[in-house]
Write a protein that binds this ligand. Structure first.
Ligand code: 1CP
Length: 343
């Protein structure tokens, strides 16, 4: 039996439309919270291949998704480039010394010097592959250079991205230097994930909507496409998913050699279908807070199915699941996706 998730990425016939959820390995699961407590801190959990593999596999067993997503974080990349990282309770990720000058950037490791330090991620993948059922896929991932760079420049999560965007307009050369350096590490990081055993990779551009549509290609999309094209050339059998959040205004300009376009919840899936449905498999895009209501979930799943019927599609949320969603509602979403799309 093949992996239906991978088949769907490559536009092959599948018995139903496969489904997984962004942030599925995480805080809404009591089983995750138990392992998280054992690990001590979030970064300890990322650094412990045995425990990271365990939480990666939990949603496959508990909610019945068709693919597992590696448990890690997009920020382990700048961390291993040499930036000290803490996850502060209630505040999220914090970098002690943000990068705001060429001198600060030059101090960071580049290329394989950084990518080869992420051994705990590669070891996690190897353990998962030994335990994951043959018919399920493993998704590796990274952040888009732009999204990762916003944390490196701001030093933490941001609502306005003011420092990164000031750099975009006042000193675009420096921002490009940062993006290029992150891109070079990221390419090799995903290549190492592939060599360790992932079946699919997804690039998360969670903060894509912070960039105006006219500037999106220059400061983000071209870097994602370059990473995708590097991988597709060397590993054509590995599916590549790009997920830029909130870019309805950019759909006309989408280009590049990749397999799946992740549609976020703020972009109407009928619009994505019209603009991109002939060229790419579409993934998405239920509004994640619908998970608080089973009725609202069923309504959205049926609507998405009716729009995407006859097109290449993968069910997913239009962004990450929130920590207080009842597990039973998450199961309901997965079951409904399978029910409505059974052939
Ligand atoms: O204590 C905890 O458990 C911390 C919460 C948490 C978790 C569960 C963080 C901190 N990261 C993660 C895991 C994670 N992060 C995964 C694997 C789990 C899965 O998807 O099943 C993935 C794919 C990510 C990727 C990630 N990290 C993104 C891109 C995806 C997205 O949802 O947009 C981003 C933006 C981050 C940064 C990050 N890491 C953690 C937090 C709280 C944040 C966001 C902070 C902010 O809003 O700025």
């Amino acid at each position: 039996m093949g992996k239906i998730f991978v088949d769907a990425c490559f536009k092959k016939e599948t018995p139903y439309t496969p489904v997984w959820m962004m942030r599925q390995a995480g805080r809404y699961l009591p089983e995750y919270m138990e392992v998280r407590k054992k690990a001590g801190s979030f970064l300890n959990l990322c650094h412990n291949p045995e425990l990271a593999a365990e939480v990666t596999l939990q949603p496959v067993d508990i909610v019945g998704v068709d693919a597992a997503i590696l448990f890690s974080d997009i920020l382990v990349v700048p961390n291993e480039m040499g930036m000290r990282l803490d996850f502060v309770k209630g505040e999220g990720p914090v970098f002690e010394n943000p990068v705001r000058s060429k001198e600060e950037l030059d101090k960071l490791l580049c290329g394989s010097d950084a990518a080869d330090k992420l051994t705990y991620v590669y070891d996690t993948i190897k353990i998962i592959k030994e335990r994951l059922s043959e018919d399920k896929a493993l998704i590796g991932f990274c952040g888009a250079p732009w999204t990762v760079a916003t944390y490196m420049i701001e030093g933490q999560g941001s609502k306005t991205y003011a420092i990164s965007k000031k750099m975009m307009y006042q000193n675009p050369e420096l921002l490009h230097d940062i993006l290029k350096k992150v891109k070079e590490v990221t390419k090799l990081y995903l290549e190492n994930q592939i060599k360790s055993g992932v079946d699919v990779v997804q690039i998360f551009d969670s903060w894509a909507s912070a960039i105006e549509p006219d500037k999106y290609d220059e400061f983000s999309w071209q870097y994602m496409v370059e990473i995708a094209e590097y991988l597709k050339e060397k590993y054509p059998h590995i599916a590549v998913i790009l997920f830029p959040k909130g870019v309805a205004g950019f759909l006309d300009k989408v280009y590049g050699n990749f397999d799946v376009f992740g549609v976020d919840w703020s972009t109407p899936i009928e619009l994505a279908k019209e603009k991109l449905g002939d060229r790419y498999v579409l993934q998405g895009n239920m509004e994640p807070t619908r998970l608080y209501s089973k009725e609202a979930t069923t309504e959205a799943v049926e609507k998405i199915q009716s729009i995407m019927q006859g097109k290449n599609h993968i069910f997913n949320l239009g962004h990450g699941i929130l920590p207080d969603v009842p597990v039973d509602n998450a199961k309901h979403f997965i079951n409904e996706c399978k029910r409505v799309s059974k052939k």
